[in-house]
Design a protein around this ligand. Structure first.
Ligand SMILES: Cc1ncc(C[n+]2csc(CCOP(=O)(O)OP(=O)(O)O)c2C)c(N)n1
Ligand SMILES: [Mg+2]
Length: 325
């Protein structure tokens, strides 16, 4: 592993952990409304997979997407301001936590509906194929989403048309409070692509290096025109499903066991042992992450709210305003 890449992983994962903690604090302080789904525990998935992407690749994500956006390069300020519903947010303050969007970075959302990402991703991939483009579409989804009809419909079409999609499953073993063996008959999600002739693979999602290596392999396959592939990342979320959920349906022992495999702490340790960083470097990375998140919160708090709720609403004015617009 190159030193630079190791530092990048550390930077991203430490920033992610810091950002999500600040988001939780701001939610509790009443500065963020609606639902808020946080990512601690799953950092190695977003960082390992997205750091393997090219700048031209597209990303379609779920409602647990703050860290995907950050790793893709959306500034922390723009993400936090969106969480606050401010005009300076990456979706102009109209989307909030579940609807981050950044056209320039090809980050196409942020979707609140479970399974909504699949048709969007294959639509983009179809366009790429029609235009002979070599880019790949990342389609993030959770273990629970694998039971939606859209998953199977999209797999079928993606296979038929050999679409350049990386179906990336973040298997955190829970669909809100329902554990995977209670919601999915065959809990190995990577095997669900078999009837469609799509290869699948599983990787330890708590290990950023493993996720990075597996993603590179999958991308190579997809970019070569072989059609889609699925990568299942075995991971865990440390917090509840959203801020409204304490996660009390899980045993303390289970949470403790997974906490002992913390992807941020374990890679931190490994990077030290390998001599990729020293304690001083780590302090610098941690301080920089803290400063950047504090700055993002300040920026979000001081930013104005959107001033026109009708902006970007595409509807017949007659129905909305009685024809008197
Ligand atoms: C179509 C649809 N049904 C139900 C919901 C309510 N809901 C929100 S998140 C969620 C669980 C999804 O679990 P999973 O796909 O494993 O993702 P995770 O939250 O674990 O990342 C459900 C059922 C929804 N948003 N959309
Ligand atoms: Mg899940």
């Amino acid at each position: 592993m190159q030193r630079e890449l190791a530092r990048q992983f550390l930077h991203d994962m430490i920033l992610a952990r810091e950002f999500e903690q600040a988001a939780a604090d701001q939610y509790q302080a009443g500065n963020i409304a609606g639902f808020l789904h946080l990512y601690p525990g799953e950092e190695a998935v977003a960082v390992g997979s997205l750091r393997a992407a090219d700048a031209g690749d597209y990303v379609v994500s779920t409602y647990r997407e703050h860290v995907h956006a950050l790793v893709r390069g959306v500034p922390a300020r723009a993400v936090m301001a969106e969480l606050f519903g401010k005009a300076t947010g990456c979706s102009g303050g109209y989307g909030g936590s579940m609807h981050l969007f950044d056209r320039e970075r090809r980050f196409l959302g942020g979707y609140a509906i479970v399974g909504e990402t699949f048709p969007v991703a294959i639509g983009v991939a179809y366009w790429l194929r029609m235009n002979n483009r070599n880019d790949v579409v990342y389609c993030f989804f959770g273990d629970g989403a694998a039971n939606q009809g859209t998953f199977h419909e999209s797999l079928n079409m993606a296979a038929l048309w050999k679409l350049p999609v990386l179906f990336l499953c973040e298997n955190n073993h829970y669909q809100i409070g329902t554990e995977i063996h209670r919601h999915t008959a065959v809990p190995e999600i990577w095997r669900h692509t078999t009837p469609y002739g799509i290869p699948g693979k599983r990787v330890d999602g708590m290990d950023v290096e493993a996720v990075y290596a597996a993603t590179r392999e999958v991308l190579e396959f997809v970019r070569a025109g072989n059609g889609p592939m699925l990568l299942e990342c075995d991971t865990y979320r440390y917090r509840g499903h959203s801020m409204a959920d304490s996660g009390a349906y899980r045993s303390t022992l289970e949470v403790q066991e997974l906490m002992a495999r913390d992807p941020v702490k374990s890679f931190r340790q490994r990077a030290l042992e390998q001599g990729w960083v020293n304690e001083e470097d780590l302090t610098d990375i941690e301080n920089a992450a803290q400063r950047s998140v504090e700055d993002a919160v300040r920026f979000a708090a001081e930013s104005p709210e959107p001033d026109d709720v009708r902006k970007d609403v595409y509807a017949e004015p007659f129905h909305l305003y009685g024809g008197s617009r």
